[in-house]
Design a binder for this molecule. Structure first.
Ligand SMILES: NC(=O)c1ccc[n+]([C@@H]2O[C@H](COP(=O)([O-])OP(=O)(O)OC[C@H]3O[C@@H](n4cnc5c(N)ncnc54)[C@H](O)[C@@H]3O)[C@@H](O)[C@H]2O)c1
Length: 273
């Protein structure tokens, strides 16, 4: 522990179970001296696992929030400031849900009602969060907001479905709001584009195991784990990254810049034999 986040107060969205990236981020932020509120959709709370995380993290308070509801978001921000005794220094947006994937609809056969819901939960929620904080002046100057994204926003992964469009919108919102919040309060907003990771959301994508192996074989450093992602988030919440904003930051072991690797051939041979 080197107290990188000592004195900082935050909100962490999206810890569903101990596989969740947000779970690992919460543990890391706790280890680094931060104090924070945990939040998730009311329906996710019923599984109860978040209580175990809260207990480990100095009995962190848990506030339910469906990110697609304005009133939930306002309640979350108001209560978080009450609990933490002031404005917020960092926020992790670790929320994603594809209704079309869940219902087995392909990209060429989207149900647009499902798509609306996907965009609302997975992308517009970042705008809703930032706009709520902006209007309530809820984030301290030089605060840092990180949202998790995936490279399907830039390159085609056919079974990632409408989530690819959702992530493109998410990254755009981070840039656009990053400008306005940066100008007014020096608040930093970035997305971290994480390697495929075996979580509830990740494993829900068709063929996850195959593209997890493929990405690992292509990346010179291999796939980035959720623990490594948590380290990167902690760095982004700290003052050590204070001039970084409006960026999409690849945290993928080099995958995004690699065109070819013999390890991919070996993998294919093994899969075909
Ligand atoms: N797992 C991967 O391969 C991978 C790769 C890159 C980026 N990501 C992104 O990381 C983030 C976290 O996902 P994860 O992989 O840890 O999976 P996860 O399933 O553990 O987390 C997703 C979270 O979103 C929450 N959520 C869904 N609908 C919600 C709503 N209406 N209101 C509030 N919360 C809601 C879920 O309850 C859950 O906690 C997501 O944005 C995901 O797209 C994941």
């Amino acid at each position: 522990m080197n107290n990188l986040l000592k004195g900082k107060k935050g909100i962490i969205f999206g810890a569903l179970n101990d596989k969740s990236i947000a779970w690992k981020v919460a543990l890391k932020c706790h280890e680094q001296g931060a104090e924070f509120v945990l939040t998730n959709a009311p329906i996710a709370m019923r599984m109860g696992e978040i209580n175990n995380l809260a207990a480990i993290c100095n009995n962190a308070q848990i506030i339910p929030c469906d990110v697609s509801k304005n009133e939930d978001m306002e309640n979350l921000i108001t209560k978080s400031m009450e609990i933490l005794g002031g404005k917020i220094d960092f926020i992790l947006h670790s929320v994603g849900m594809s209704l079309n994937i869940r219902k087995g609809r392909s990209y060429t056969d989207l149900d647009y009602k499902f798509s609306h819901e996907t965009y609302d939960i997975s992308s517009m929620s970042l705008h809703r969060l930032l706009q709520t904080c902006y209007k309530m002046d809820a984030i301290n100057d030089w605060g840092s907001v990180v949202a998790l994204t995936y490279i399907a926003a830039q390159r085609v992964f056919p079974d990632y479905n409408e989530m690819a469009d959702a992530k493109a919108l998410l990254e755009s919102i981070a840039r656009s709001f990053g400008y306005h919040y940066g100008k007014r309060n020096k608040v930093r907003i970035n997305t971290i584009s994480q390697s495929p990771t075996a979580t509830t959301a990740g494993s829900g994508v068709k063929g996850f195991g195959d593209f997890f192996d493929y990405a690992g074989a292509l990346s010179p450093l291999g796939n980035a784990s959720s623990e490594a992602c948590a380290d990167y988030c902690a760095l982004m919440f700290s003052d050590l990254s204070r001039m970084v904003t409006m960026q999409n930051l690849f945290h993928d072991g080099g995958f995004s810049n690699t065109g070819f690797s013999y390890d991919v051939f070996k993998l294919m041979e093994n899969k075909n034999s």
